[in-house]
Design a protein. Sequence first.
Length: 213
Amino acid sequence: MEDENMINNCTQEGTQGVLLPPAGSLSSPNTRLPFRVPSRVYKLIHRLLRRQHDQFGELAAVVQRQTTGYEQCLNTVRNCQEQTAKILNHEIERCAINPAIEGVVLLANELERIHGLAAQLIGEGQACAKVQKFIDDLAVSGQIAQDRLRYLDIEKISPSLNDSFDPKLHTVCSYSDIDDPSRSGCISEVITAGIIYRGKVLRPARVSIFRNK
């Protein structure tokens, strides 16, 4: 408002001053019009244009900051989505997939155990022809179960006696004292086999290890 008043006052003072360039070419002082304006008005217009230029620069900086903030928000949202997906997948595995896998492995182990008992009966001469057929059927069922485990990328962690203890695959449940330092830390017994699902340890094997006295 003050600048407008100054322009009005300047124009009432007379027409003596500098030549005013046409609109859009104030940056070219060599461009002239056939009339003159007061020098105060000319300087004031330049000041107004400079102020407007500065305001546009500030506005551009604000827009740039807003754009950067928007991109940061998008990245944050993407990270949250990824973390949420990981948590949901973990919960689905823990509550649904993992128990089902453990059930399949337990069934396969039970078939293997029953087949071993039946084979023991045959070895002792206590089985008849029907029992033999039952044993053969058990062997087929056990093979099918093992094939399904391999198809689902499920492995059992069944370390052997005197294997080295691996904290990534085994959990110590008890110790067996010995006088042989070379066997200290080796597995003395497998209490429960572990499970690996798609390369991830679903349940470590529970073992007992030797411990030097």
